[in-house]
Design a protein around this ligand. Structure first.
Ligand code: CA
Ligand code: CA
Length: 439
């Protein structure tokens, strides 16, 4: 299963083979044909050179405000270090110029670090690469338990990197700021230039995945809807594996289910609750594979902006499509993000609050009904209560004589003021049971 790394540079969907810490699978490394020890690298502009680790910019982060560092990598003449085989241009003939920030994490205990180059001081076509190290001279091995490389732009037009991870107060990190250099200007981008890096710290907790649904469309895309919670903000990324009735799909032959990643491109809801959607396009090939192997479920986990993961959960995968508000819903026409299929009418819509306007696609919540007079959601009346201005609870009828909510009961059933006998029956004054009405 070849998922070209370059694919992730050409669009906002990040679709890469993913290692999940939950199942102990290491991330597959690119084929190793050559390594470039630092000493062997020849910078095309090599003249007076210096080691980036000899000239680090020391910064201490803040718990209360963003820390901003302004650099211009085109102005330095450092001998670039090999970023290793897991970051940016993994087998570069030469590395773009680099600058290093030595960042001290403020506070104590676990914290989220969000770093970004996506701001007005960085050109959108500067294809930034940011690498984190715990020692300046030692590149990451690829076996770290948290992200070390931020080389994905924000979109097909925005090549400025950003992301997050969990760090510990007091920890020191070496932040390499550089550009994607090889092949040069593959997508008309810059490999060096002015760049502002921002660091923000804050508390973070893992997201929770509470449910979801995968839909395999007729065009072989897979749309993944997830519901969950995150105390800070909705997750932006999810991992998915493909499950069949006979087991999970194993692409690399190691006997274990493989996970792949996709961006959560759309979310709705109010923090901490959210519903999100990731779309895996047909071009990724998974839809076709799922038809071939008859996938029945997806194993899914969420990843928040600081790379904390939820537990994995299996969600159903069905053939069909998501439909909009007002459309009819059934087993293969699923309601779009944030919508509910009304059980009574089989129409997609939203549940609205008390007092709000209701119609065919705006449903009232529990204990409420749409008033035929005001067309707003009002509390329903219970048995024995007045139905002069409020609709009765489900299952009750408004008695036109007494104008109270009553239950209609059948032959032989006990009757009283609130249990009214069905048409053609009468409540016997002696037995207090519904009996056939005497003509
Ligand atoms: Ca979180
Ligand atoms: Ca596998």
């Amino acid at each position: 299963m070849a998922l070209a790394r370059s694919a992730s540079f050409s669009g906002s969907l990040v679709l890469v083979a993913l290692a999940s810490s939950g199942c102990g699978e290491p991330a597959p490394l690119p084929p190793i044909d050559a390594t470039f020890p630092d000493a062997a690298i020849v910078h095309p502009d090599a003249g007076e050179v210096s080691d980036p680790c000899d000239d680090v910019m020391r910064v201490t982060g803040s718990l209360t405000e963003a820390t901003e560092v302004m650099l211009d990598t085109s102005m330095v003449d450092t001998r670039p270090r090999d970023l290793g085989l897991t970051c940016g241009n993994v087998t570069a003939q030469y590395w773009a110029r680099q600058q290093v920030i030595e960042l001290t994490v403020p506070g104590t205990g676990p914290l989220a670090l969000y770093l970004s180059t996506q701001n007005m001081n960085t050109a959108m076509d500067f294809h930034t690469v940011v690498q984190l190290r715990t020692a300046c001279s030692t590149p990451p091995t690829g076996m770290e338990t948290r992200p070390t490389c931020f080389d994905q732009g924000a979109s097909a037009e925005d090549f400025r990197a950003g992301g997050g991870l969990m760090v510990t107060g007091g920890e020191r990190l070496f932040v390499y700021v550089t550009g994607y250099s090889d092949p040069p200007a593959i997508d008309m981008t810059e490999e060096e230039g002015p760049v502002r890096v921002t660091f923000e710290f804050g508390p973070n907790t893992a997201p929770t995945l509470t449910g979801g649904l995968g839909v395999l469309t007729a065009a072989n895309a897979i749309q993944i809807h997830v519901d969950g919670t995150d105390a800070e903000r909705p997750p932006e990324f999810l991992g998915f594996g493909l499950l069949t009735a006979r087991g999970g799909l194993d692409f690399n032959g190691d006997g274990a289910l493989d996970y792949f990643g996709a961006n959560i491109s759309r979310t709705v809801g109010t923090t901490p609750n959210f519903s999100g959607e990731a779309v895996v396009p047909a071009s990724a090939g998974f839809g076709e594979i799922c038809r071939m192997y008859t996938c029945t479920q997806l194993s899914v986990f969420l990843v928040d902006q600081a790379s904390l993961q939820s537990a994995m959960r299996s969600i159903p995968l069905v053939s069909g499509q998501f439909v909009a508000s007002g459309a009819t819903c059934d087993a293969s026409h699923l309601c779009d993000l944030g919508l509910t299929c009304d059980a009574a009418t089989s129409v997609c819509g939203v549940v609205v609050a008390s007092g709000e306007a209701c119609d065919a696609s705006h449903f009232c919540g529990a204990g409420q009904a749409c008033s035929a007079t005001t067309m707003t959601c009002v509390d329903t009346a219970a048995i024995g209560e007045s139905c002069a201005s409020a609709p009765c609870e489900t299952g009750l009828d408004c008695d036109g004589t007494s104008m109270t909510c009553v239950m209609t009961v059948g032959l032989g059933v006990a009757c009283d003021a609130t249990h009214v006998c069905d048409t053609d029956l009468a409540c016997s004054a002696t037995t207090m049971l519904c009996e056939m009405a005497t003509p």
